[in-house]
Design a protein around this ligand. Structure first.
Ligand code: TXA
Ligand code: MG
Length: 351
């Protein structure tokens, strides 16, 4: 299949192109598009055949459910049973935005889309191209991140092309995404809302609207040690993984720098190529040849938005080993560390 690559101006997306992309989706085809979090791989969420194609294109296990993207609040009720008032308050504040909510599904949502579950994940993205495309496609786009399963999520259209060229009908290029980590997922099918995936809308922001919120115990260190599995199926797989083995080194800065430098020296003596991920504050202190400055600790949104790109760049550089500092920052720390730990297959050592 020839994949069409179309550049669009996010400030004013070409209507003819958006209409064409919408027609592809209505006909059961696949179109990748930008959102404010990461690029999505879209198909008609109400068409089981389209969802099957999404799993095939990504090489994704079909028991890992897809998020249904809507552009209009009125489109929520046909797919979600029992929407609690608290969820509506959250939507009021954060939709369109980097937030996904889980409800019991109606029969309109095929099991192919919900990965066999009786619940559905719904999100209204905050991106003009995404919203126009959803409207042009009939109102419901199922879209996982537009990467090959297991690879870092794409934050540019070029990343999507690298993973999915020849496998989908069209890629809409709207430039680099703003946030760079996937949406926060909150489960409203439990008594108290539960965070199934941390993201830009952090726990403080959720609690400001909802009051009590829980973190999925399967996501915490204690939960994982006790053998609990994350509730969101996608959070169970090794993910975001660069080709090189990644190790996170945690602790006080001087000790971390010394530890990573020592590890790199050992590896390089054995002929291995090493990469280091460090914040602006300490990047200059590393001796490895390939040091990537991921952004300042004083602005952790910058770190979040660079993470997936940096992991992909190490693939292109062909490094054998990657060492990263830990980023337990106040604002985005939960979301960053969740992705970094998965990328590292939970390899973390104390300096
Ligand atoms: O920011 C985002 O959410 C991006 C953009 C494209 O919107 N999408 C995205 O989709 O990250 P994906 O498929 O890569 O991640 C969806 C996650 C998976 O971990 C999946 O298991 C979980 O959401 N999920 C979807 N439906 C669910 C459900 N009904 N119950 C529990 N988890 C669900
Ligand atoms: Mg994904």
């Amino acid at each position: 299949m020839k994949t069409e690559f179309i550049k669009l101006d996010p400030a004013c997306p070409d209507e003819t192109m958006v209409r064409r992309a919408g027609e592809i989706l209505k006909a059961g085809g696949l179109v990748a598009f930008p959102t404010e979090t990461v690029y999505g791989l879209g198909g008609d969420a109400l068409n089981p055949e389209a969802s099957r194609k999404i799993y095939a294109a990504k090489g994704r296990p079909s028991d890992n459910p897809l998020i249904v993207h809507i552009a209009d609040m009125d489109h929520l009720y046909p797919i979600a049973r029992r929407v609690p008032e608290s969820a509506l308050r959250l939507a009021e504040v954060w939709w369109p935005g980097p937030l996904t909510m889980i409800f019991e599904k109606t029969d309109l949502v095929p099991y192919e889309t919900s990965g066999g579950l009786d619940t559905v994940a719904v999100r209204m993205p905050n991106n003009s191209i995404a919203l126009a495309l959803i409207a042009a496609s009939g109102g419901y786009i199922a879209a996982p991140s537009a990467n090959t399963s297991g690879r870092p999520s794409p934050t540019t259209a070029e990343h999507v092309l690298g993973d999915l060229d020849g496998k989908i009908e069209m890629i809409l290029d709207g430039g680099s995404v703003r946030i760079g980590l996937e949406s926060t997922i909150v489960d409203f099918t439990e008594e108290v809302p539960v965070i199934l995936r941390p993201g830009y809308v952090n726990r403080d922001k959720l609690e400001a609207v909802l009051g009590e919120v829980r973190m999925d115990p399967g996501l915490t260190d204690e939960g994982a040690t006790a053998g609990l599995r994350p509730k969101a199926p996608g959070m169970r797989y090794r993910h975001y993984a660069p080709r090189a083995a990644l190790t996170i080194v945690e602790g006080e800065e001087d000790r971390v720098v010394a530890k990573i430098n020592a590890l790199v020296r050992e590896d390089e003596a054995r002929g291995l190529k090493c990469g280091v991920i460090a914040p602006t504050e300490s990047a200059g202190r590393y001796e490895a040849r390939d040091v990537k400055n991921i952004g300042s600790l004083a602005n952790d949104k910058e770190i979040a938005s660079h993470l997936f790109r940096v992991l992909r760049e190490f693939d292109d550089d062909g490094v054998d080993r990657i060492y990263s500092e830990a980023f337990n920052t106040p604002r985005m720390g939960d979301a960053i560390m969740n992705r970094l730990l998965k990328a590292a297959g939970h390899q973390i050592i104390e300096a």
